[in-house]
Design a protein around this ligand. Structure first.
Ligand SMILES: C[S@@+](CC[C@H](N)C(=O)[O-])C[C@H]1O[C@@H](n2cnc3c(N)ncnc32)[C@H](O)[C@@H]1O
Length: 450
């Protein structure tokens, strides 16, 4: 059998993208489907890039692509044609480096190669109608309802758009959705116990890696895209830095732990923040890194070892039942499990996985974790509650009832200059990706006044 006739021919990124898309639409996680294919190592570097872009792009832009398909077919196409048409339209709409004729031709060939040759004319017709309609204006017809308009244009479920429109207004929600469709940046947190930001910047520059210093997070460096394998960058093996978004680094800054403190991180794996806290304490004192996922907790140990930190101890436990630290901690961190609506740009399928019902389940878990975590704090101590979501049910709506029911707790408003761009009058911090160019985050510092 010739390579060209095989549905798995290694040089065919579009064929592999179609198979990966089909498995995502059957329920697989997009990054699992992508990495399974990439691990086989059959694609050239250039084709790996195209394959990855096609899968993540189609999953992310699914709603927009479905709307376009609906616009340019006379009756609903058979289900197997959906991912195939999406691949063709994605290339025409979003990939400038692929000539339209090549996008149409390869999609028609893909139909033939996958037993859909009888529908090749339909595929050709849909793509050419789209091209003709795009000649003078955007071919995508948008609904007049503002929520549906934003959802269709930027490919988001209506319920997320609704939550953001209610919170930020229509124009802001539009900008936020648009921001979430761009490629994610990678930030490093320099370990001050082994290197300074200036030294690390120089080491990277000497290796030809351009980095940008970020104002808000004092240990952060932002990598320019396409740096290749992260663990081969200078300083990784020596524990001079770890990957952590700048906004997640602000959580450590808000905690401001002191050398010698007893700190409990109740939701610690894989240890991004626990290791930051140990660094800020000069590795003096104890950070208890607790998590109910024992496997993920091993990542905390690996990270602590690479960063040469001795003060971290791990504990596999459900923190809602953790009673051994009652009244002992100087500082508690609750970086709770959340819907991740602030980091949707990092996972192509994340916007389709959460639902209003999953938000309610998370919200209940978050309240329980906060109630228990507060018992660990000693009088005068502090607790930081943080999420990487932009949903009030997981943020304000957790904090407000807690404060109402616990009169000996109050919000400790940060007075450091770095915090001002994110500070809300109520005293909590909200990082807005489309304004601050970082992952979306919510964080608040609570003080036990006892
Ligand atoms: C947002 S992640 C924490 C990220 C971590 N703080 C970091 O910076 O690397 C939330 C963590 O909470 C853990 N978790 C969820 N429910 C928990 C529970 N009831 N008790 C303890 N950990 C829990 C999850 O296993 C997950 O690792």
């Amino acid at each position: 059998m010739s390579q060209a006739a095989s549905p798995l021919a290694p040089e065919q990124p579009r064929q592999l993208a179609l198979l990966a898309l089909q498995s995502v639409y059957r329920g697989a996680y997009a990054d699992v489907a992508v990495h399974q294919t990439l691990r086989r190592g059959t694609l050239s570097d250039k084709n790996r890039g195209l394959f990855t872009e096609l899968v993540y792009g189609c999953v992310r832009r699914r709603r927009t692509l479905e709307a376009l398909i609906q616009q340019f077919v006379k009756k609903p196409p058979p289900p197997p044609l959906q991912p195939l048409l999406q691949l063709g339209l994605y290339q025409l709409r979003y990939l400038n480096h692929i000539p339209p004729s090549a996008a149409v031709h390869t999609t028609v060939e893909l139909a033939k190669q996958n037993g859909l040759g009888g529908l090749a004319g339909l595929v050709n017709g849909v793509l050419r109608r789209y091209l003709r309609a795009s000649e003078t204006t955007d071919a995508l017809q948008l609904p007049s309802d503002p929520i549906q308009r934003i959802g269709t244009l930027h490919s988001f479920p209506d319920w997320i758009v609704q939550v953001w429109v209610e919170q930020f207004g229509e124009a802001e929600a539009d900008a936020l959705c648009q921001w979430m469709n761009q490629p994610p940046t990678i930030d490093l947190r320099v370990n001050p116990l082994t290197a300074s930001v200036t030294e690390m910047q120089a080491e990277m520059a000497a290796a030809g890696v351009a980095v940008e210093v970020l104002e808000a997070a004092s240990q952060a460096l932002r990598l320019t895209p396409h740096v290749g394998a992260i663990d081969r960058l200078p300083g990784f093996a020596e524990g001079k830095w770890m990957v952590q978004d700048a906004s997640a680094q602000l959580v450590g800054q808000l905690m401001a732990p002191q050398p010698g403190d007893l700190v409990i991180d109740g939701c610690a794996a894989p240890g991004g923040k626990a290791t930051h806290l140990a660094e800020l304490m000069g590795d003096r004192g104890t950070v208890w890194a607790c998590d109910r996922n024992a496997k993920r907790l091993r990542k905390v140990e690996e990270n602590a070892q690479r960063l040469q930190l001795q003060s971290i101890r791990t504990l596999a436990t459900d923190s809602r039942q953790l009673a051994q630290f009652v009244g002992q901690a100087d500082r508690v961190l609750l970086d709770v499990p959340c819907s991740g609506l602030g980091t949707l740009h990092r996972h192509a399928d994340a916007r389709w996985r959460q639902t209003p019902a999953s938000i309610e389940e998370l919200s209940a878990l978050q309240s329980e974790l906060l109630a228990q975590g507060a018992t660990w704090v000693k009088p005068g101590g502090r607790l930081v509650y943080a999420t990487c979501t932009l949903h009030p049910r997981e943020n304000e709506a957790i904090i407000q009832p807690f404060l109402k029911n616990q009169p000996d707790w109050c919000i400790e408003k940060p007075d450091a200059a770095w915090a001002f761009p994110f500070l809300n009058p109520a005293g909590w911090l909200q990082v807005l990706p489309h304004h601050h160019q970082m992952d979306g985050f919510f964080m608040v510092c609570l003080r036990h006044q006892g």
